[in-house]
Design a protein around this ligand. Structure first.
Ligand code: ATP
Length: 647
């Protein structure tokens, strides 16, 4: 046990000495572990732990503790030395002290030989001898003190050396600690890198597998494409051969195209010449057409007799005659009692001549053919006014609009005129004409105007007829809806709307439609930019109120007022036409709303057509006669010379 303790103490002391650089590694954790492993062969695990701990404490403990392990130099003899002598309990320290003592040649003063002194014990009286003894002792002690002082100085020097070594070891230790931390940190970083690399390797492996799959697919695709490429190459060769053929054909075609271009240029020149000729001829046509119109008269009257309806008595209308080979004559005849005697009866005949007489069998199409040139005049810039006059139920609405169940055959003059206008405008586009159309549709009832293109009229709105300007005789109606239209369909929609609005009023006001004038107007503005010509005209298509006279004695209240109003407007129409015919200085346009509104469509340069509609029924003889007399008067008029509104 003592030997082992001494060995350990020696090892400890040896480890406390300054460690040369070459032995640094021997003190590292690794070496300590090796030492620990060696010991573990002979000691228990607990001992191993103790040994490692001790070794570590040796490496890191401060030299101060080592110094402290040395005994302080004795200063006062044996007692002091006895105090500092290490006990067996601290074997390591004791051994270290002994070892240090041996290495430093510390000589512990030997105890004075008490036996010799005791032997030389002087007699009490030998004071001198005692004093000498005492002096010897003092000298001896002084010598010892000197020796011990020198020893003390050497020990101090040694202590300083050990301190320096301890400091060097501490510094070395801290460096090693830092190095260890750095290495630990590096190790951690490397471990992290390794983990990252492993992940990356796993990812790359997975990617590689995917790429391999893709590569396989691409290889397959490549094979397919190679096959397709081969096929396309063959096709391409085939196409190249064809291309060479086509190029040859192309050269031939180019030559042909060149020849044809020359021909086209020649033809264009011819077309331009022809265009000029056409324009000259068109101008001539218009002039001749106008001349024909003039020869026919600017007011013309067509008489139309409607057929007997299935709901009426089917007796033959014997009182109306149509002279053979004369399409312009109509004869009304009536058997009247002779003034001479009751038995004798005479047939009274009333002959009338008009521009055309259409018997009941005449179709809408045939009638329109007669007026189509007149409608055409509106596109040429002439104001055109077509109206239907006759008693209620004589066929005015049928003639102007057609029946309720409209078809291509039964279409009236208004839809046919619209159709022709838009067709002609389209054809005239090729000759450089552009047209703008504005439609309006109103009703005059009891001298009051109503807009037929508004379903719910605002009662507060007033419809007044006003002149556009003092210098312009054109008129317009305040608050009236003027709709710009660009196709036949759009106008037909407006006609339907007007019809619906009229039928509402018809039910509400006891067949008001028969008692009102309906006026459809289409303003036509033409422009030929290539020839710098502009035209402006209005096509007016009017369904007049029933012309029958009511027995004044039977008419009262509203009915009387209504009748008076109709009579006023119709008679004013007759008066205006007569005044125009007579070239009166004053034309009474203002006497009725109808004539005031139509003043530009009845005057000098306007072209007027009047349909006089006749009922085939004998019971309507008087009214028919009346209508024919009125129409005859109008027919006698020739109003001025029509001139187109051209600029
Ligand atoms: N040429 C015709 N062929 C066939 N039916 C006709 C012809 N003319 C008129 N009718 C029919 O006679 C009836 C009366 O015609 P329409 O309503 O046109 O007369 P109107 O003079 O306009 O009467 P109102 O003044 O009441 O409007 C209608 O049923 C109409 O279909």
């Amino acid at each position: 046990m003592d030997n082992l303790g001494e060995k350990r103490a020696a090892a400890k002391m040896a480890s406390r000495l300054p460690v040369p650089p070459s032995r640094k590694r021997a003190l590292s954790d690794e070496n300590l572990e090796q030492m620990a492993r060696k010991r573990s062969k002979t000691t228990s695990p607990d001992d191993t732990m103790t040994t490692v701990h001790v070794a570590a404490s040796i490496a890191t403990s401060k030299p101060r503790s080592v110094v402290a392990a040395f005994p302080k130099p004795p200063v006062i003899g044996r007692q002091t030395l006895a105090v500092i002598r290490p006990k067996n309990r601290n074997v390591g320290v004791n051994s270290a002290a002994n070892s240090a003592k041996s290495r430093l040649n510390v000589s512990v003063p030997s105890q004075p030989s008490t036996t010799a002194a005791d032997k030389k014990k002087r007699a009490a009286w030998d004071l001198k001898g005692q004093v000498n003894d005492m002096k010897d002792k003092v000298t001896t002690f002084k010598s010892k003190v000197q020796t011990l002082s020198g020893e003390n100085a050497r020990l101090l020097t040694t202590r300083e050396q050990l301190q320096r070594q301890a400091e060097a070891l501490t510094s070395e230790n801290s460096k090693l600690n830092q190095e260890r931390q750095t290495l630990a940190s590096k190790l951690h970083t490397e471990q992290h890198k390794t983990a990252t690399s492993e992940k990356e390797i796993a990812r790359l492996t997975e990617l590689s597998q995917k790429l391999e799959v893709e590569l396989t697919a691409l290889k397959s695709l490549s094979e397919d494409l190679q096959g397709a490429n081969h096929s396309l190459t063959l096709q391409l060769k085939d196409k190249e051969v064809k291309l060479i053929c086509v190029q040859g054909e192309n050269t031939v075609l180019q030559n042909t195209a060149r020849d044809q271009s020359q021909e086209i240029a020649a033809l264009k020149s011819t077309i331009e010449q022809r265009d000029t000729q056409i324009h000259t001829l068109e101008t001539e046509r218009r002039r001749l057409h106008n001349m024909v119109q003039e020869l026919k008269g600017n007011i013309r009257v067509f008489c139309r007799v409607r057929p007997t309806l299935s709901t009426e008595r089917t007796l033959p209308a014997s009182h109306i005659g149509y002279p053979a080979n004369d399409e312009k004559a109509i004869i009304l005849s009536k058997i009247e009692e002779s003034h001479v005697g009751r038995e004798k009866k005479e047939a009274v005949k009333y002959d009338f001549n008009f521009d055309c007489v259409f018997p009941p069998s005449c179709t809408q199409a045939a009638i329109f053919e007669e007026i189509s040139l007149l409608v055409q005049s509106a596109l040429d810039g002439y104001p055109v006014c077509i109206f239907a006059y006759g008693q209620t139920g004589s066929g005015k609405t049928y003639t102007m609009e057609g029946p309720d169940d409209l078809s291509m055959n039964t279409m009236g003059m208004i839809p046919r005129a619209i159709q022709q206008i838009f067709q002609s405008a389209e054809e005239l586009k090729t000759k450089g004409w552009q047209y703008k159309f504005t439609a309006s549709f109103l009703e005059i009832y009891n001298e009051t105007l109503r807009d037929l293109l508004v379903s719910r009229p605002d009662k507060k709105l007033e419809y007044d007829i006003r002149k556009v300007s003092t210098s312009n005789s054109s008129v317009y109606v305040t608050n009236l809806r003027y709709v710009e239209v660009s196709s036949e369909e759009e106008v037909n929609e407006l006609l339907q709307m007007a019809k619906a609005n009229r039928s509402v009023a018809k039910t509400a006001l006891n067949d008001r439609s028969s008692r009102s004038h309906s006026v459809f107007q289409l303003k036509i503005e033409g422009e030929n930019l290539t020839r710098d010509i502009r035209t402006s005209s209005v096509l007016s298509l009017i369904d007049l109120a029933g012309s029958e006279r009511l027995d004044r004695s039977l008419s009262t209240g509203d009915r009387l007022k209504e009748t008076q109003s109709i009579n006023t407007s119709l008679s004013t129409l007759g008066m205006v036409i007569t005044s125009l015919c007579n070239k009166d200085s004053h034309i009474p346009y203002r006497n009725s709303k109808l004539t005031y509104l139509l003043q530009n469509s009845l005057g000098g340069n306007a072209k007027v057509l009047m349909f006089v509609n006749i009922s085939p029924l004998e019971e309507n003889f008087a009214e028919s006669l009346n209508s024919l007399r009125f129409a005859s008067k109008v027919n006698e008029c020739v109003i001025g010379t029509a001139r187109a509104n051209r600029k």
